[in-house]
Ligand binder design. Structure first.
Ligand SMILES: [Zn+2]
Length: 343
């Protein structure tokens, strides 16, 4: 139920004519991990936007318009059977429990392509040299032996502090390995940057490389718990929930090729005017932004019959706990609106 709820949230964001096949397994992952996810992968498929580049198969299927991998899962998710999970979908996660909707949303994010093929052995960094044995005993369906030292589409947007793109650095190489652990990697994709108002999007790249964590998350310290962009950071806290990926993540998914549902905040051509709200559904504090425009501008909240319920000016967060449960619209001054649900 919680996992379906997470899948429905992604379903409200992404557009695909091809159903996404997700296999979820419960297994003992020790105390370090809540979940581990591997997408299946394809490269150089029909309509592939960028050649010689790996895509999560769910994205490749969406771009091609048909199923490229019949009989194969698109996404393999392993969730820790030893974790004290909160399986409710309301986001009211009790202290000491981990919110399954939030973690499933995060893991599905990796499964649809928020993931790359970076690896570091000794001081040498590489793209496209991962092996199935790197993840044993977990079973992966990604065609690792066919990688050919090619990057994933996600990797193509990673930028070094020197402003070099990482895919332009010799692969494999020691300089590439140094960048993987420089703690200053950023994302250089136009939609992600528009969603961040042009500010740097920090990628997790700590001084010690962690396979499956480094270079495939947003930076924990930049987007801590409670930040609207926290979902795709590497660590989650107990007693906390987040049921919306946030505009930067959604912009990054647009950068790697996903088509977005109208109204999620990044649909073109009205992108720069579009409002985004999170979390949605909301219990008390509603945060909103307008891609590319920051968060300071007048707004009002109206009910579905058009009555103004709340009016405010210049704050990016509003307390809506006094509103009755139901559906409302957040409207900007110029009449752009986005729908949200109050629990
Ligand atoms: Zn993760």
């Amino acid at each position: 139920m919680a996992i379906e709820h997470a899948a429905d949230i992604w379903g409200s964001i992404l557009v695909s004519d091809v159903p996404i096949k997700v296999a979820v397994s419960w297994t003992a992952l020790g105390s370090a991990a809540l979940g581990v996810t591997f997408p299946n992968g394809r490269k150089d498929f029909i309509n592939a936007p960028v050649a010689a580049t790996w895509y999560a198969t769910s994205l490749a299927n969406s771009l091609t318009g048909f199923e490229l991998n019949p009989g194969e899962d698109d996404i393999n998710i392993y969730l820790n059977s030893g974790t004290n999970w909160y399986t409710g979908t309301d986001g009211n996660t009790p202290a000491g429990q981990y919110d399954l909707v939030s973690v499933a949303l995060h893991e599905l994010g990796h499964g649809i392509g928020f993931v790359g093929l970076a690896k570091k052995v000794g001081s040498e960094g590489s793209f496209g040299l991962l092996q199935a044995s790197d993840f044993a005993p977990l079973i992966t369906t990604f065609p690792w032996p066919q990688q050919d030292t090619l990057p994933g589409i996600f990797d193509r947007f990673l930028r070094a502090p020197t402003l070099e793109m990482l895919v332009d650095v010799p692969n494999p190489s020691v300089p590439l390995g140094s960048f993987f652990t420089c703690n200053q990697l950023t994302w250089n994709g136009p939609n992600g940057l528009a969603a961040s108002g042009g500010g740097d999007i920090r990628i997790y790249a700590p001084s010690t490389f962690a396979l499956g964590s480094s270079c495939v998350h947003l930076n924990e310290a930049t987007y801590p718990a409670g930040n609207p962009h926290e979902l795709m950071t590497p660590f989650s806290s107990a007693g906390h929930s987040n049921h919306w990926p946030g505009p930067i993540c959604i912009g990054m998914l647009r950068d790697i090729g996903w088509n977005l549902a109208p109204g999620v905040g990044m649909d073109e051509p009205a992108m720069e005017q579009q409002l985004v709200v999170f979390p949605n559904p909301v219990n008390d504090l509603l945060t909103f932004s307008r891609a590319g425009m920051g968060t300071s501008y007048p707004f009002r909240i109206v009910d579905l019959s058009g009555r103004t319920m709340l009016l405010a000016n210049g704050t990016p967060t509003v307390d809506v706990s006094a509103l009755a449960a139901g559906t409302y619209l957040l409207m900007g001054a110029e009449g752009k609106a986005v729908r949200f649900v109050k629990h």
